[in-house]
Design a protein around this ligand. Structure first.
Ligand SMILES: Nc1ncnc2c1ncn2[C@@H]1O[C@H](COP(=O)(O)OP(=O)(O)OP(=O)(O)O)[C@@H](O)[C@H]1O
Length: 334
């Protein structure tokens, strides 16, 4: 649906030019929730803003449904922007206007009649769970409620795509979860494609189908969320995954004098195989689980387990070989 081909964006204004995005190509499928993660300044916002031409690329093309929009101007550009909703970290509401008026504003800009607006705004507010806040002002709302207004406004003109720039970064964990649920509901109900910039693993894990990792203006890895998390290549992704899987081992666990200590990585179906019980049954060793963590991403398990093996050296070695053959990742820690 969205095809970015060799997109480069350069800012010439400052002391020296900044190459914010360097020859990035990405395909985002229709109805997909696509995450863009990466370090601060990696170029995520700049890249996403090329999708509705808030940022014009210096090189490359942006196509939506097979139509090259890169040179759109005037009426074509206006229509493109109406078809593309945006949600921001700081909500960007008009503080002097009521909730109703904030949402109505997007419809007015699109030239809708007063009657249409009077009908559509309550529908949108009901959709985002704010039917009773129509006359409230932004200052009277919680962060989560403000973002719900932002979502209602983004949906006002029935967009095909919603671009979200750090939509939950200003929210607490619980509110984040409820906003993500709402975005997912909108995606499923209306088939709207959602592109979401985030530095939060919770966001990617909870709702993204695929993800691209950006660093210094380029996409360094991309793919299905599970695949990227199961086999992270780039340092940023590794750290992100390590944070969520808590793979750091407390050093005291390595103090044990005799045993062999092994770290296993579980991926996909293999996580459910009874490797540990089979090891105990088939080899004359003692197995202790020292540390473990398992996560479900897109319903598939991903995790790590640290175990100690104790017994005759030969039995330990054979048990270790067996475990290695049955797990996705294997590391002898001691
Ligand atoms: N309008 C601008 N003029 C000049 N430089 C800019 C402009 N917008 C962004 N940049 C620069 O481009 C680079 C990429 O910025 P961008 O905001 O796209 O990164 P980001 O990955 O979204 O970062 P963050 O997560 O911190 O928002 C940065 O070096 C930034 O300073």
């Amino acid at each position: 649906m969205i095809q970015l081909t060799d997109i480069s964006v350069r800012f010439d204004g400052g002391e020296s030019p900044v190459e914010a995005v360097k020859s990035v190509s990405l395909h985002i499928g229709k109805g997909e929730i696509f995450g863009i993660v990466g370090t601060s300044g990696a170029g995520k916002s700049t890249l996403v803003r090329t999708i509705n031409l808030l940022e014009r690329p210096n090189a490359g093309t942006v196509s939506i449904d097979g139509v090259d929009i890169t040179r759109f101007k005037g009426e074509e550009l206006r229509k493109l922007r109406l078809r593309t909703g945006m949600i921001f970290q700081q909500f960007n509401l008009i503080n002097t206007r009521t909730v109703f008026d904030n949402v109505a504003f997007a419809l007015k800009v699109a030239g809708r009649s007063k009657q249409e607006i009077g009908q559509r705004v309550p529908e949108l507010l009901a959709l985002v769970g704010l039917a009773d806040k129509s006359n409230a002002y932004p200052a009277q709302l919680s962060g989560g409620q403000k973002q719900r207004v932002g979502i209602a406004r983004a949906l006002a003109n029935s967009p095909q795509v919603v671009l979200c720039d750090e939509p939950t970064s200003a929210l607490d964990l619980e509110t984040t979860a409820s906003i993500l649920e709402l975005l997912q509901e909108i995606n499923r109900k209306f088939g709207i494609t959602i592109v979401i910039i985030t530095h939060e693993i919770a966001v990617v894990k909870a709702i993204c189908d695929r993800v691209a990792v950006m660093d210094a203006g380029t996409v360094v890895e991309k793919g299905a969320v599970y695949d990227i998390f199961a086999n992270p290549q780039h340092e940023f992704t590794r750290q992100l995954v390590a944070r969520t899987l808590n793979l750091e081992l407390p050093p005291r666990l390595l103090d044990s004098p005799r045993e062999t200590i092994i770290k296993l990585h579980y991926r996909g179906e293999r996580a459910e195989e009874p490797v540990i019980s089979e090891t105990i049954r088939n080899f004359n060793v003692q197995v202790n689980i020292l540390h473990g963590h398992i996560e479900y991403i897109g319903g598939k398990p991903l995790g790590s387990l640290v175990i100690s093996l104790d017994g005759e050296p030969d039995a330990v070695s054979r048990a270790a070989t067996f475990i290695k053959s049955r797990t996705a990742g294997f590391e002898v820690l001691k």
